[in-house]
Write a protein that binds this ligand. Structure first.
Ligand code: L34
Length: 292
């Protein structure tokens, strides 16, 4: 079993990004500038956005964090989005999800200028991704393909099983891995809450991608020997013995699955780290003239 070390890869990518920023500076170009909008005080979102801002600093990027109270109205948030669309100094921006229930996430996503949509959530970017056109790839799927690429894990002809069909992970990663070329050319199965006999599918997987949102859901008896496991889960489980009061665990039961796997991502230190780096890679592309 070999760990797919997201933390180490993220450090490597940060150095590459810092070098790119330095090359830009030598040409008299400004650093890439990312803005993030954080509405409310969801504790996990605070951590994720903080990691994004810190990574910007490490890569020499500029960043702007716009914090809004949970009581922000949809109209107010739409105004912030439009201001960011029109702000020539900002290369790309994101609105961290989830949003408070009284705000319609779809309306917000649709209001973002696709050229600045470094999350790749706008239907224009999603559609371009599905057709293999230049686009901003959504951060988590981008992080996963980048991880497969940098660890030289073959995908052509492989059985990939994706568990979960969300718009931001399950659906786009299944499209990316079935597209022509590398990392792609795989035979992809998407499983979800209505799948009959989930384990029958997961046991066939050469590459298993778990994006369900249920702690330790995939167990050792559900995978075959030699499987490559990508754990997208980021679950907080109460643990009063720990200083934080919780521990972080993925959708995969690491203890029973890791002995059977050839490669596996840890949580934390796996896919989450790559998600943050993908956002920065997209922001650099945006600063270089965009892709849409
Ligand atoms: N708009 N909303 C928007 N874009 C995104 O790309 C996201 N996502 C997901 C949630 N909402 C979003 C993220 O940023 C998930 N996500 C994310 C980002 C970073 C990390 C995890 C998920 C991360 O840094 N994970 C660390 C551990 C963090 C901790 O200690 O809690 C890790 O090592 O996995």
């Amino acid at each position: 079993m070999q760990l797919l070390d997201g933390k180490w890869l993220a450090e490597t990518i940060k150095q590459e990004l810092a070098a790119a920023t330095a090359r830009r500076a030598a040409q008299g170009l400004k650093p890439p500038h990312l803005a993030a909008v954080l509405v409310g005080d969801d504790p996990a979102s605070q951590v994720y956005v903080r990691n994004k801002v810190k990574s910007c600093e490490a890569a020499g990027f500029s960043s702007t964090l716009i914090r809004q109270p949970a009581t922000t109205t949809e109209a107010e948030l739409l105004r912030i989005v439009r201001d960011l669309n029109n702000n020539a100094d900002i290369d790309g921006f994101i609105v961290q999800l989830p949003l408070p229930k009284h705000i319609n996430e779809e309306n917000i996503t649709l209001a973002i200028d696709p050229q600045k949509d470094v999350d790749g959530f706008h239907p224009v970017n999603f559609g371009r991704m599905a057709q293999g056109l230049p686009c901003y790839l959504p951060a988590t799927p981008y992080g996963i393909v980048e991880m497969l690429r940098r660890y030289d894990i073959p995908t052509a002809g492989k059985e990939v099983v994706v568990v979960g069909r969300s718009n931001i992970v399950g659906t786009p990663i299944s499209i990316l891995l079935s597209r022509k070329g590398y990392p792609g050319d795989a035979t992809v199965t998407i499983c979800h809450s209505r799948t009959r006999d989930l384990a029958e599918h997961t046991r066939r997987a050469d590459i298993l991608i778990a994006a369900i949102g249920k702690a330790d859901f995939i167990t050792g008896d559900m995978v075959k020997e030699g499987v490559v496991v990508i754990d997208v889960g980021m679950n907080r489980v109460d643990d009063p013995e720990l200083p934080k009061g919780y521990r972080l665990t993925g959708d995969v039961d690491f203890a029973s699955v890791s002995p059977k796997s050839s490669y596996i991502t840890p949580v934390p230190g796996g896919v989450g780290q790559m998600t943050v780096m993908s956002l920065l890679l997209n922001t650099l592309k945006a600063a270089e003239g965009g892709v849409v």
